[in-house]
Design a protein around this ligand. Structure first.
Ligand SMILES: NC(=O)c1ccc[n+]([C@@H]2O[C@H](COP(=O)([O-])OP(=O)(O)OC[C@H]3O[C@@H](n4cnc5c(N)ncnc54)[C@H](O)[C@@H]3O)[C@@H](O)[C@H]2O)c1
Length: 349
């Protein structure tokens, strides 16, 4: 299958690109190369004859039409987005433009292309979204997000993603575009941009800096290894039912404090300090405004209907991730100079 992947130079998109190429798909990677992108993320497949890169912005409809015409894809996997909640608090405008208008442009470009080809049933528009559109759960383990959970976004980021989900469903209902949607929990793993919690903790620990934890560290997230997410996404693309959505999660709920303590324990083993534990560097900082208390996914549908399961436990995935950051200093050092990285963002609310 020839897949047009948007955002393929980012964290999750690049994992999709790498996996799809190894599975025999042809890839067109469309990315604007914003601050969050890194083409080194796809260096391992960049010379493959079935890999093509197009620098284009999803806010530019004309550019999108040209990419569809030039490459004639069988499917779209739409991951391009502004993705950092803290940045959405400081500057929501870009999130509205890219996540909402950009998705609208992608839908219209895909629809025009699909209609010129006589609306093939086999075409897919896969919209990749987040569990954050469902809002915040109480600390009651019986309650988890499913595909039927009402939308209740609470940050500019999650509201923009929720809007894009609604547009994608509307294009299916109104125009018959064969879409699939996924809403995934927090990802972690190799090539995670060094402004997100897990890389911040690993890199600050190694630099002897404080390990910042928002509020009291009790916020709970449900963690999934990025390569398992990429595998789930390809499975949904290949065998998911048009018009259907799938909630994806690792069933690995931990508070941020627990997660940071796990990372410190791994670092203590792999790169012991001369004295003491990395956990002594933990520092509680001002909370994020409107910080969602808990996310948790019930992945029953994707397990039962598509037979998907994560391949690694959280302990295995975190161990692999820490080792990857220890082995890839050249990758993350270069990104630490980018605007906003290493700064506290999103406190203006
Ligand atoms: N990171 C997570 O834990 C998580 C969880 C669930 C869902 N998601 C969703 O998965 C997708 C990918 O997330 P990520 O963490 O890899 O994000 P990321 O920020 O690492 O990468 C986003 C990519 O999109 C590109 N991009 C941004 N604006 C663009 C534009 N206007 N035109 C073209 N390209 C543009 C960037 O250059 C970058 O390469 C997003 O849609 C996000 O909402 C993320």
């Amino acid at each position: 299958m020839k897949i047009l992947v948007t955002g393929g130079a980012g964290f999750i998109g690049s994992a999709v690109v790498r996996l799809a190429i190894t599975r025999g798909h042809a890839i067109v990677n469309l990315d604007a190369l914003t601050y969050a992108a890194c083409l080194d993320n796809v260096a391992s497949v960049a010379d493959h004859p079935d890999y093509h890169f197009e620098q284009a912005d999803i806010r530019d409809r004309v550019a999108l039409d040209a990419v569809f015409a030039r490459h004639q894809p069988d499917a779209v996997m739409h991951l391009a987005a502004e993705s950092h909640v803290d940045r959405s608090i400081d500057g929501p405008g870009t999130f509205i433009e890219t996540n909402i208008t950009g998705t609208y442009n992608m839908l219209e470009a895909a629809r025009a292309y699909w209609e010129t080809r006589s609306r093939p049933d086999t075409f897919r528009f896969h919209h990749i979204s987040t569990d954050e559109v469902f809002g915040s759960l109480p600390n009651d383990l019986a309650q988890r997000f499913t595909e039927n959970t009402p939308y209740d976004p609470r940050s500019p980021y999650s509201a923009s993603k929720a809007s894009s989900d609604h547009l994608v469903r509307a294009w299916h209902e109104t125009y018959g575009l064969p879409v699939v949607l996924t809403n995934c929990s927090n990802n972690y793993g190799p090539f995670h941009f060094p402004e997100k919690l897990i890389p911040v903790i690993i890199l600050n620990a190694l630099a002897g800096k404080p390990l910042p934890i928002y509020g009291d560290g009790s916020n709970i997230r449900d963690w999934l290894y990025v390569e398992d997410h990429a595998d789930a996404l390809l499975r949904v693309l290949e065998v998911g039912a048009p018009g259907r959505s799938y909630a994806i999660g690792g069933e690995n709920e931990h508070s941020n404090l627990e997660l940071v303590q796990m990372l410190c324990a791994i670092l203590d083993q792999k790169r012991p300090k001369a004295d003491g534990s990395y956990a002594e560097q933990i520092q509680f900082v001002t909370d994020r405004p409107g910080h969602d208390a808990r996310y948790a996914i019930d992945p029953t549908r994707i397990r039962a209907e598509l037979g998907w399961r994560p391949s690694v436990t959280l302990a295995e995935g975190l161990e692999k991730t820490v080792q990857w950051y220890l082995d890839n200093e050249i990758w993350w050092r270069a990104l630490q100079d980018r605007a906003g990285v290493g700064k506290r963002l999103g406190v203006s609310g």
